[in-house]
Ligand binder design. Structure first.
Ligand SMILES: *Cc1c(COP(=O)(O)O)cnc(C)c1O
Length: 367
C-alpha cells in the first residue's frame, strides 16, 4: 500500500534534531512566549521577505486575527463583504464568518484551480471591503490581477498561504504578496509542526502591533487590555520543531517539484488531465491534483491497486451544510472540479519505485 501521506516517514528524516529541540524546551521551564517562538518569527519573516511574522495557534486563527485586526483599526466593519474562492479548505470561509463579516464566494480558474479574477470582479458590490486569495495546492494565485482589482476599489488584499510555504510569484515569496498573509503549520503542510501552529506575515507596523496584542487577550502590557482579544499562542515546543523543519523547507519543496515533474512528464492517459503550472512563479506542490471525468472509478481502481488518493475538496463551500444559505449559488467551475479532481500521493520521501508504480498504474487505466 502506498499511503497518501506518511508523516512518520517524513519526520524520521530529522527525528534526532526534533527530539533534541523538544528536550531543550521541556527542560527549559519556559513554554510560551519564549526564545524559540521569537527565533522562529524572525527566521520565518526573513524566509518570506517581510518585516514581521507573528506566531499564533493555527492557520484559522491567523486568518481570523488579520480580519479582527482590520476591524480594530477601523478598516472593516460588521457585515462587510469579503470575496474568497469557493474551492478552498473551509477555514478560509470560517474565518470570515467568525468575524461577523459576509463571505462572498468567487469561482476558480479551470486550469490553475485558483480564484478567478474575472469572477472576483463580477462579485464586487458597494459593500466589498476585502479579498482573500488562497494559493491553492501550493501555486500562488494571480496576484497582479487581484492587486489591481484591490487597488482600483480600495480593498484589503489578504493571502491564505496555508498550502504555499516557499511558493513564489514573480520572484517574491508567498506571504509577501499582499497586505497580510496567514500560514498554517498543521502537520501535513509543506512546513508542518507536530501539532497545531500558525503565523501571520505582514510589512504593516500597525497590523503587527494589533495582531500581537489581539492574540494575547488584547494586551501588550500585562493586565492592561487595549482590545477584546483572543488566546492564540504558538507554543515553544512547536516553535522549536518549526525551527528545525524550516531548515529543510527549501530542499523539501525542491523534492516535491522533482516528483511533480516526474508525474507531469510520464503520466500519459487521454482520460487524465494533469495540473497546469503557470510560468509566474514556483509551485511548491502541497498537492498534485489531476482531473478525470471518471474520477470515482479511477479512484476505486487506484485503491484496488494499493494507491491511496484523496479529494481536495469533495464539496465546494457554497454547497456545504454549514453554508446552506448559499446553496442556490451557481459557481460552475468549482462545481465541475468537485467531481473531477483527485490528489495523488506526493511528499518528499515518496520513493522512486512508488512513484513509478503510481505512474504505471495511471497509464494502464482504461475506462
Ligand atoms: C490548512 C488550511 C487552513 C487552516 O489551517 P489550520 O492550521 O488547520 O487551522 C486554512 N486555509 C487553507 C487553504 C488550508 O489548507
Amino acid at each position: 500500500m502506498i499511503p497518501f501521506l506518511d508523516l512518520k516517514r517524513e519526520n524520521a528524516t530529522c527525528l534526532t534534531e526534533l527530539q533534541d529541540a523538544m528536550c531543550r524546551v521541556s527542560e527549559s521551564g519556559w513554554y510560551l512566549h519564549g526564545e524559540e517562538k521569537a527565533l522562529f518569527e524572525e527566521q520565518f519573516a526573513t524566509f518570506c521577505g517581510v518585516k514581521y511574522a507573528i506566531g499564533v495557534a493555527n492557520g484559522l486563527d491567523a486568518l481570523r486575527l488579520i480580519l479582527l485586526a482590520y476591524k480594530e483599526i477601523g478598516r472593516l466593519h460588521d457585515g462587510d463583504e469579503v470575496i474568497l474562492p469557493a474551492n478552498t479548505f473551509i477555514a478560509t470561509a470560517l474565518a470570515v464568518s467568525a468575524c461577523n463579516l459576509t463571505p462572498v464566494f468567487a469561482d476558480c480558474d479551470i486550469k490553475t484551480y485558483n480564484i478567478d479574477p474575472i469572477s472576483v470582479q463580477n462579485k464586487l458590490t458597494a459593500r466589498t471591503r476585502a479579498i482573500i486569495a488562497v494559493h491553492l495546492y501550493g501555486q500562488t494565485a494571480d496576484m497582479n490581477a487581484l492587486k489591481s482589482i484591490s487597488e482600483n476599489n480600495k480593498l484589503i488584499l489578504i493571502e491564505d498561504a496555508a498550502q504555499a510555504h516557499g511558493a513564489t510569484y514573480h520572484q517574491k515569496k508567498a506571504g509577501s504578496l499582499a497586505d497580510a498573509a496567514a500560514f498554517s503549520f498543521y502537520p501535513s503542510k509543506n512546513l508542518g509542526a507536530l501539532a497545531d501552529a500558525g503565523a501571520v506575515t505582514t510589512d504593516n507596523d500597525e497590523l503587527d502591533e494589533v495582531i500581537r496584542s489581539l492574540c494575547n487577550y488584547g494586551s501588550s502590557k500585562k493586565y492592561e487590555y487595549q482590545h477584546k482579544g483572543i488566546n492564540s499562542r504558538m507554543s515553544e515546543l512547536q516553535a522549536a520543531v518549526l525551527n528545525v523543519k524550516l531548515k529543510q523547507l527549501d530542499a523539501n519543496n525542491l523534492k516535491r517539484n522533482q516528483l511533480a515533474q516526474n508525474y507531469s512528464q510520464h503520466i500519459h492517459n487521454n482520460h487524465i488531465i494533469k495540473p497546469s503550472i503557470s510560468n509566474k512563479g514556483e509551485h511548491v506542490f502541497h498537492l498534485y491534483v489531476i482531473r478525470c471525468q471518471n474520477r470515482d472509478s479511477l479512484q476505486a481502481y487506484l485503491t484496488k491497486s494499493g494507491i491511496q488518493t484523496q479529494i481536495h475538496y469533495p464539496i465546494p463551500i457554497h454547497k456545504q451544510e454549514a453554508y446552506k444559505e448559499y446553496s442556490k449559488l451557481s459557481l460552475p467551475v468549482s462545481e465541475q472540479l468537485q467531481n473531477e479532481i483527485l490528489s495523488l500521493p506526493l511528499y518528499p520521501t515518496l520513493k522512486e519505485v512508488e512513484i513509478n508504480y503510481i505512474i504505471e498504474s495511471l497509464n494502464n487505466w482504461q475506462i
